[in-house]
Write a new protein. Structure first.
Length: 1168
């Protein structure tokens, strides 16, 4: 037990000794740490504070970026939200469902309990109430048809219950009778070679309808678009199919529909195909073996006791058996009326005229045809296949009753034709009145060339008129018609009637579309205006005219894609020329294979282009300056008259018919070919003493037409906006205006007639004329002479009175013309200028020597010169420089003239086309020029000016020496800014540190500032101010106003480590950018920004990827120094090594004590 007790005591002692050793070591460690920790803690604090400062700057720099990111994210979020909303709107499923449900509900509400619509119920209720039409008598035989209708009076209704064959006439002559015949899907087959089926007279009315007929097609419905790509858009004739008895069973016809494109200036055409089965019909049939029914008028209207009859076609078909001929299916005269609102008049052939419907005059009374609906198709006759109106030799005082009248407000006239070389495939009016305000005249044909190139006597595939006819087109479409000769769409002529122009034919177009028509062997694809015809085209804002996409393919004649105007080259017959007046027109995007893509005029034509309701001719295409036309000058251009082929070279030239080969002269002129001819072309024989054309330089809408080209085959020209040119032989012009230009946009806004997209194989894609053409309101033309003025300019220093050097175009000057009695002289009130309602006619600037020149050129005006005198005013325009005192002298220049009057052409009076008014060109020549100067209350007469060798009149005061003298006070300005920087010290006291500012990275000649010893306070120090003067800046013109320049500077802290060894110095170099700008009011404003960076070993400044900061009192370049105490190894690395060394000593001591005690334990009792 004692032994165990001793061992326990020894163990406890050992434990106590170990603990004592540990405590001893801890005491030593505490002692060491107590000595070294204070300076280490201070060093750590200094390092931490310096790092915090760096992080603060970085955070400040990145805060803006952070905000930008946040803003970007916010924008993206907002964008995504908007996108989601858009997608929701585009989906719109719930809205569509609600819409459909609403429509279904509305439809259900309109139905009765038995499913009938409310309209049906209303009809049913009316029927039950006794409000019904007169009951129809049933007709099942020829006898009942004849007896029933002839006995009818008042309102009477008849209904076929079977097909009927009949060969005897039915006379309807009960005055006031109103008979309705319902074909009810059945046919009346009439076989009598010369007696009408129905004679309607003495105030009787017959209405034909077919309740069994299906609804008529929508002319341009999408489902009717023709799928046969082999068909062209014009000249597609209607066709019929027949049963074994040669009775028609089906009709096929075509409509060329036109629609205005979104650009508002052009159209596009689409071919539509329609087919209908023939049910209820009245059919002219063969009389046994006799097929010649040349005298048969199937339905005949005439007058008895001065009262004509009325025929109405509401539905059903009027036609004939195959392979026979009739005089006409419907004939009316002497005050009778034909009204067609539906149904079909089709498939007839006549060896006379008007196979479909014919109108005549008898006893001084004409018939009237009103077409509001239905289809007239597939009829053929020598003239007027569809409709023919014969008002020949009738010159009534009362055209409302005495002339034939065709009024077309709707319906379709399609696929009709002439039988040979004739007039009017669709409509032919020999006299009378034709009015078209709606419907379609489409795909009709004039089928045969007369065999004589250059005649052009036949045509008008769509509509033809002569013999004094009056044609008005205010709407509808005349499209897709084809003439083998002239006038594809419309042809109006009075050829051969060369007496007085009184009661001659005229054409008036105020609306509608004439498009995609073609003339193959002669001129005028869209419209042909023949001899002795006055034609006027003038649309309105709400009813515009479109003449578009027509094709003239004649390789012999001069051309005319959109319009052709026919003249007369026979001596003494020039007065018979056709006359065309076009107002507010836009002529663009037309093409000619020869010259004059827009407008061309051949040798016998006269042309006037005015500014009043005038034209814009630009953007057209013609042959270039090629010189490889086929053949030679003597009408051998490769043209084959048998086939209208050849003439394939470039350019395409005419074959010179009627000695009109002057386009060959133009072709042979290099000047003409190279200077341009795309928009306007005229060529005539040499030697004319009177002008053939007058053209001004201003286009519709008031803009400059920017015409350039050549005249008289040898002179290059440019026509100024306020000038013009007269032509005696030849001209070629091309406009530099393009679609989208302000001039083009203004012209389009003012235009009511659009002539675009037309083509001519030879010349005149838009218009070709050898008659009289007026583009704008015709009036006398006044041509003021070319006036050339010379003046001079001086600029004086107001302080020294010395003349200063001028720069080119430094000052501006203007010439005004007094054009009205109410206009007054231009004047100044202080610095405010009034032109006195005078017209600005010229502008100029000075050259470097102070010379000012004006060449006003010929000026076309629309007002005669009073007392043969023109008054001009020469002024200087204020430039707006407040340092310059501008010369406000107004020079009044009086030009005395002589009027040289020349007759240009005769034109019809506006309110009476039978009366002619002569149009004159007044060419004025200068006899003298005098000037008077007025400045304030001072007036000085300069006397009469002499013209120098160059043709200039010098407006110079011989005493003053200069025309205008300006005085100026030199402009000056100045400004400054003050550089600043901030000094911060962390962990120590502020010493006398040095900051440097320089305009170079070497800091040569740097400006310095020093901080003051003042505890640990932050100090912001200003450098010496930086001053600028105007001469240091750049730009600002002659005065220097608004000049600007960018300057660069640098600021840094001077490294003075040798003086302050315990401070760590900031190595940053800030770059300062200064934009100094004159504010035009005498002060230079400075905008200063700075950016942090460093200077590398290469001596170049490097961006520290921080942001620019604007220099303000609160934001300046900042330099931060840190204070520290020296250690064996300074910094955090020294602290770490100190701790490691102490730990090593402690570990060694602890190990030594442990080993010692173990050794003592093994050797026995330890000695005390």
């Amino acid at each position: 037990m004692k032994a165990n007790s001793d061992k326990s005591k020894q163990s406890n002692k050992a434990t106590r000794r170990v603990l004592a050793g540990v405590l001893c070591g801890a005491s030593v460690l505490s002692l060491v740490l107590s000595l070294v920790m204070p300076p280490i803690s201070q060093a750590i604090a200094n390092d931490a504070e310096a790092g915090a400062a760096e992080k603060t700057v970085a955070a400040a720099d990145s805060s803006t970026e952070s905000t930008d990111v946040e803003n970007t994210n916010s924008g993206d979020t907002e964008k995504n939200q908007n996108s989601d909303e858009t997608e929701g709107d585009e989906t719109g499923s719930s809205n569509d469902v609600e819409k459909n449900q609403a429509e279904d509900q509305l439809e259900d509400e309109q139905r009765g309990e038995d499913g009938e619509t409310s309209d049906d119920n209303a009809v049913k209720a009316a029927a039950e109430g006794g409000q019904t039409e007169t009951a129809s008598d049933k007709i099942d035989s020829a006898e009942k048809l004849k007896s029933g209708l002839e006995a009818a009076s008042g309102a009477a209704n008849f209904e076929l219950v079977s097909d009927i064959d009949i060969n005897t006439s039915i006379v309807l002559d009960e005055d006031g009778s109103n008979i309705t015949l319902d074909l009810n899907g059945h046919k009346i087959k009439y076989s009598n070679k010369d007696q009408p089926l129905f004679n309607i007279t003495k105030g009787a009315t017959l209405t034909v309808k077919d309740n069994g007929q299906t609804a008529m097609d929508i002319p341009t419905g999408d489902k009717f678009v023709c799928q046969d790509n082999s068909l062209s858009k014009n000249g597609n004739l209607a066709s019929m199919t027949y049963d074994n008895s040669n009775i028609p069973t089906n009709l096929t016809y075509y409509v060329t529909g036109s629609s205005v494109k979104v650009d508002g200036t052009s159209t596009t055409e689409t071919l539509y195909k329609h087919g209908t089965s023939i049910g209820g019909a009245i059919v002219a049939c063969a009389d046994k073996d006799n097929l010649n029914h040349d005298y048969l008028k199937l339905i005949n209207l005439y007058a008895t006791d001065g009262k004509g009859g009325t025929f109405k076609l509401e539905s059903g078909v009027i036609t004939q058996q195959e392979n026979i001929s009739v005089n006409s299916l419907v004939y009316a005269e002497e005050g009778s009326t034909v009204n067609m609102s539906g149904g079909y008049v089709c498939g007839a052939t006549s060896k006379s005229q008007g196979a479909g419907i014919e109108l005549g005059v008898k006893n001084g009374k004409g018939a009237t045809f009103n077409l509001t609906g239905g289809v007239i198709a597939g009829n053929r006759a020598p003239n007027g296949g569809g409709v023919y109106a014969n008002g020949a030799d009738v010159y009534p005082k009362d055209p409302e009753t005495n002339m034939t009248k065709i009024n077309m407000t709707g319906g379709i006239i399609s696929g009709n034709s002439t039988l040979n070389a004739g007039l009017g495939g669709g409509i032919m009016a020999k006299g009378g009145i034709v009015t078209v305000s709606g419907g379609y005249i489409t795909n009709n044909r004039m089928v045969q060339f007369c065999g004589h190139d250059g005649w052009g006597d036949h045509g008008g595939a769509g509509l033809a008129a002569n013999n004094g006819a009056h044609v008005t087109i205010s709407g509808g479409q005349i499209t897709g018609n084809y003439s083998e000769e002239a006038g594809g769409g419309v042809y109006v002529t009075d050829l051969g009637r060369d007496g007085s122009r009184k009661d001659m034919a005229w054409l008036n177009i105020t609306g509608g579309i004439i498009a995609s028509n073609e003339s193959f062997r002669s001129e005028g694809a869209g419209i042909r205006v023949g001899q002795m015809v006055d034609a006027m085209i003038n649309g309105t804002e709400g009813n515009k005219v479109y003449i578009t996409n027509n094709y003239c393919m004649s390789r012999f004649d001069w051309g005319g894609g959109g319009i052709f105007v026919q003249g007369n080259s026979n001596a003494g017959k020039e007065y018979t020329a056709g006359r065309l007046f076009v107002y507010n027109s836009y002529i663009s995007s037309n093409t000619a294979g020869g010259y004059g893509g827009g407008v061309a005029v051949c040798p016998t034509g006269k042309t006037l282009v005015t500014n009043t309701d005038g034209t814009a001719i630009f953007g057209n295409i013609s042959a270039g300056n090629e010189q490889n036309a086929d053949g030679d000058e003597q009408n051998a251009n490769g043209y084959d008259p048998a086939t209208n082929s050849g003439n394939e070279g470039k350019p395409h030239l005419s074959s010179g018919g009627s000695e009109k080969n002057q386009d060959q002269d133009a072709y042979n002129s290099e000047k003409f070919r190279e200077k341009g001819h795309a928009d306007f072309f005229l060529a005539a024989k040499d030697g004319h003493k009177e002008p053939l054309a007058a053209i001004i330089g201003k286009m519709l809408g008031g803009g400059d037409a920017k015409y350039s080209g050549s005249k008289e085959l040898n002179e290059a020209i440019k026509i100024p906006a306020d000038g013009g040119v007269q032509i005696y032989r030849s001209i070629g012009l091309t406009s530099d205006v393009h679609v989208g230009d302000a001039e083009a946009n203004n012209a389009q806004a003012a235009a009511t007639t659009f002539i675009t997209g037309n083509y001519s194989w030879d010349h005149g894609g838009g218009i070709m004329s050898n008659g009289d053409l007026y583009l704008g309101v015709p009036a006398d033309t006044y041509v003021y002479p070319s006036l050339k003025l010379k003046a001079s300019k001086a600029l004086k220093n107001k302080q020294t009175e010395k003349e200063e050097m001028l720069t080119k175009d430094q000052f501006s000057f203007a010439v005004y013309r007094k054009d009205s009695d109410t206009a007054t002289a231009p004047s100044w009130k202080n610095d405010s200028f009034s032109d006195g309602d005078c017209t600005l006619v010229g502008s100029a600037k000075n050259d470097a020597e102070g010379n000012i020149t004006f060449d006003l050129g010929e000026q076309f005006v629309d007002k005669t010169v009073v007392a043969n005198k023109i008054t001009y005013y020469l002024v200087e325009q204020t430039g707006g420089d407040s340092d310059i005192e501008y010369d406000h002298t107004v020079y009044e220049i009086e030009v005395q003239l002589t009027d040289n009057e020349t007759l240009l052409m005769n034109v019809p009076k506006k309110d009476d086309s039978s009366q002619n008014v002569p149009l004159y060109v007044h060419n004025y020549t200068i006899t003298s020029v005098s000037a008077t100067g007025r400045s304030g209350d001072t007036t000085k007469a300069l006397g009469t000016m002499e013209r120098d060798s160059e043709g200039y009149y010098s407006i110079i005061d011989s005493n003053a020496g200069k025309t205008f003298t300006n005085k100026y006070t030199p402009y000056t300005s100045s400004g400054s800014w003050t550089p600043k920087a901030t000094k911060v010290v962390k962990g120590g006291e502020m010493k006398e540190f040095t900051l440097e500012f320089a305009d170079n990275l070497a800091f040569e000649k740097a400006k310095t500032v020093k901080t003051q010893i003042d505890g640990d306070k932050t100090q912001t120090l200003p450098f010496e101010a930086v001053n600028y003067e105007l001469k240091q800046l750049e730009g600002g013109g002659t005065t220097g106003r608004g000049a600007s320049k960018t300057f660069t500077y640098y600021v840094r802290e001077k490294d003075e480590s040798s003086l302050f060894s315990h401070y760590k110095f900031d190595k940053s170099v800030y770059k300062l950018t200064v934009v100094a700008t004159d504010n035009t009011k005498g002060t230079i404003n400075c905008k200063v920004t700075y950016r942090k960076g460093t200077v590398g070993s290469d001596g170049k400044w490097k961006d520290a990827n921080s942001a620019d900061h604007e220099l303000t009192d609160a934001s300046t370049p900042t330099f931060i120094n840190t204070y520290s105490t020296s250690l064996p190894l300074s910094g955090m690395s020294g602290v770490t090594l100190t701790y490691l060394a102490g730990a090593a000593v402690l570990c060694a001591a602890a190990a030594w004590m442990h080993i010692r005690r173990k050794a003592n334990a093994k050797g026995g009792e330890r000695r005390e």
